[in-house]
Ligand binder design. Structure first.
Ligand code: 8YV
Length: 321
């Protein structure tokens, strides 16, 4: 008797086809009505779930009496209620490593775009404003040889540091819950407190997991302590940043510019950020290349199959139960 699997977001079509071949699959489709209502109904007989980007907790999992695993197609897992999953013996797996370099590429793309006003000057040029040689208002910030401060030296933070160190001869500072001495030595990176990193860095990149320590880590005081020519980049989670404080800092030119891929509310349809010329806003595309999203979906598929066939998945977020 085939097991039942709920697919709660769009996943790679090749992987979806494999799931259909092995399991009774129900796909949640926002076009068919309220997603939580669909999830509550679909999980009643579900043995497994696979997908990403949805808040899964008691409100939509309370009917899931058979659920063994939620296989997330993501490395971050702040959108799952881990306490609820633990209390109900539901495994959560994720997809680390396969997206590290792709996400670090995007982070550096945001850093460079914000530093050199790429998004704003692209629109400005296309609107016909280019009537003479660039003047000060079109100038950007140098990157080569400058100081890059990384908040969160995990796999993605380290990949960003490698790009700065090897590619742009940058001086690397990092702040982390614990020092990473060997890794830091390989990057010529210096551990420092958050305040020192913010005051010393020309570029500040947030690459932390969202947790109780990192929530609202960047607020008015932190932005005010940055240098006026500094660029701020967030590819972690929106809730690490007090977004209204960032808007104020950008409006008051407390920092030069920002590059954002994540927001407190997603998807973001309107925001004071959209009125500003000194912020680049991307729609949470850090891992969004066809190649990487296939790797993530394939890894999530393997985690799901392992759990449903009685094996321990390779990347369990909550192995303790
Ligand atoms: C996911 C991400 O696509 O992996 C993560 O944690 O942020 C992205 O790669 C996103 O979580 C899907 O909503």
């Amino acid at each position: 008797m085939s097991q039942n699997v709920v697919v709660f977001s769009q996943i790679d079509p090749i992987i979806l086809e494999k799931l259909h071949a092995q399991y009774n699959v129900i796909c949640i489709d926002p076009k068919l009505g309220d997603v939580n209502t669909q999830i509550r109904e679909a999980v009643k007989d579900a043995d497994g779930m696979i997908g990403a980007g949805r808040l899964l907790n008691e409100k939509n999992l309370e009917t899931a009496t058979k659920l063994k695993i939620i296989s997330s197609v993501s490395v971050g897992y702040d959108n799952y209620d881990l306490n609820y999953l633990h209390a109900h013996n539901i495994w959560l797996s994720n997809t680390p490593h396969v997206l590290t370099e792709t996400t670090a590429d995007l982070a550096f793309g945001l850093l460079m775009s914000a530093a050199r006003q790429v998004a704003h000057l692209d629109a400005w040029t296309k609107q016909g404003h280019w009537t003479r040689t660039a003047v000060a208002v079109q100038f950007g910030q140098d990157i080569f040889g400058k100081t890059l401060g990384i908040i969160g030296l995990g796999h993605i933070g380290a990949a960003i540091a490698r790009r700065g160190f090897h590619g742009f001869n940058m001086n690397i500072l990092y702040h982390n819950r614990n020092e990473k001495i060997e890794l830091a030595e390989s990057l010529g990176a210096t551990y420092c407190g958050l305040d020192e990193l913010l005051t010393q860095s020309d570029f500040v990149v947030v690459a932390v997991d969202l947790n109780s320590d990192s929530k609202a880590l960047m607020g008015a005081k932190q932005f005010a302590s940055m240098q006026k020519h500094a660029v701020f980049v967030n590819i972690a989670r929106g809730s690490v940043v007090d977004e209204s404080a960032l808007v104020d800092a950008l409006k008051q030119k407390q920092i030069f510019a920002a590059g954002l891929d994540v927001y407190q509310k997603e998807p973001l349809q309107s925001s004071a950020l959209f009125e500003l010329d000194n912020v680049v806003t991307l729609p949470h595309v850090g891992s969004a290349t066809a190649e990487t999203r296939f790797k993530m979906a394939n890894l999530a598929y393997q985690n799901l199959v392992d759990a449903l066939e009685g094996r321990i998945p390779k990347y369990l977020v909550n192995p303790q139960h």
